[in-house]
Design a protein around this ligand. Sequence first.
Ligand code: FAD
Ligand code: NAI
Length: 504
Amino acid sequence: RNFLQILGRTTLITILGGTGAFYYVTQRERHPGAQMPFDPEKKTLVVLGSGWGATSLLKTLDTADYNVVVISPKNYFLFTPLLPSVAVGTLNPRSIIQPTRYVTRHKKRAVSVIEAEASDIDPINKTITFADNSEIKGQVSTTTIPYDYLVYAVGAEVQTFNIPGVKENACFMKELADAENMQRRFMDCVETAAFPGQAIEEIDRLLHMVVVGGGPTGVELSGELHDFLEDDLKSWYPELAGKIRITLVEALPSVLPSFSKQLISYTVSTFKESKIDILTKTMVKEVKEKSVILQMPDKSIQEMPCGMVVWAAGNKGRKLTQDLMAKLPTTQTNRRGLVVDDYLRMQGAQDSIFAIGDCTATSYAPTAQVASQQGAYLARVLGHLAKKDNLKNKLHQLESNIDEVKEEEKKAAVAEIESVRNQLAKIKLRPFHYSHQGSLAYIGSEKAIADLPFMNGNIASGGVATFLFWRSAYLSTLFSLRNRTLVGTDWVKVKLFGRDVSRE
Ligand code: FAD
Ligand code: NAI
């Protein structure tokens, strides 16, 4: 009895303690305190973007060092790895975004967050022009501001290769709105197929979903679509669910070219079991309203009827990036993106522009992992630069005052100058070093693949353990307790009630 009493008491204390701690952290996140105002003595640091690179930078940066201005057309951070889950309704769209102010309001010095799109950068005069491109505009909707340092983290945009019909007829999987749009379109296809009197061929067409691009985005999305079909549509559309087909089209000889052979064959066999067709060495040449035109491995051209096309065929640099590169034609010559040095300084931009993430052309893959490590690194570099600037100012002041210093105080003043010089010499910037933590992808049917830099290279496994590992890895990577709670709750909700099949 004693043992049970102690166990009961310990459990109660743990639950109460855990709830109290959870409540305390949520309230601390909800109610940020007062911040230091902008200081005219400090340099202006403009951050372009609110994605992986920019948000990681803002999290690590000591804003006491600068007057920080963040400019982004989205006033939030989007956790892209879980975007395919939003597209099939496993997650609520709002669960995977975090307003940028939830980060900046917790910083020491106030940060100005501006919802606007940068339209021009002048790397010579160090100015940036931006515009409010949202629906509602005030009297002023475009302006230009100066910067001392610019962190360029605008990411990339969808690559369509100018293939006819892609922009007009395909859905994308890059932004939050893309996932919401795809969900609406998918359910529209299903409901249209259920319309009375629909011919069999038309039902087959409407229920054929084509995913273009066998990279991680296309593979994960196909897996999620399959889960939606198996877990939910079979219950609510029993007469149609068996007719839904998913085809993944990839131009290269294999899907997931960046993963190991073992993991590729694991994915291919899982897709076979899931009845997801993979067409490799097949290139989409045109996307029509009701079909895709394919160039088959034997170079013949075929038309494949379908209800929905999701374009996940990779990314390219934004126009803003191309325009910026054109302003520095001698150094910015890489068509893949901005050329930066080992310290992430944009080449040719007088040490005042840093670039991180998908907008750069480096030896690293364009991933969230790289962008966030670069952001955190750059925050430390900017901390060092601020320290250096302060010491330089101090040195300048000491050196210019030395002639006015009284003879008896001269020795001390010279020693101080020497000490400042020594401190300055000690500040050495270390180059950026990327530490690969492995790649993880969800492939549907509660299976995930993991390419990890330990345990002899890679792990290919399915079942509950890998699935839980995938989920816990993403939960821990989410930036805030709020997002972790929202995503965790969505997963429980879907387990209990299934995904919502209503079309908004
Ligand atoms: P982004 O995160 O794209 O941020 C760019 C920011 O710039 C955005 O806030 C945007 O609004 C803003 N911006 C755009 N134009 C302007 C402008 N003119 N002025 C100012 N701001 C502007 N990577 C992984 O490592 N693991 C994964 O599991 C993974 N899953 C993914 C799943 C999907 C569906 C997608 C699409 C990508 C995934 N990625 C993943 C890749 C990862 O999302 C990118 O590599 C990462 O977002 C790059 O970070 P970034 O900061 O360079 O750009
Ligand atoms: P991607 O560039 O990796 O893959 C696009 C694929 O589309 C390529 O394999 C290409 O051959 C194919 N393709 C292009 N044009 C085509 C056409 N006309 N017809 C048929 N196929 C065509 O793009 P993705 O998957 O969006 O990934 C972008 C980046 O984000 C990558 O660096 C990736 O590693 C990262 N990412 C990582 C994830 C993870 O680790 N779980 C998940 C999603 C993205």
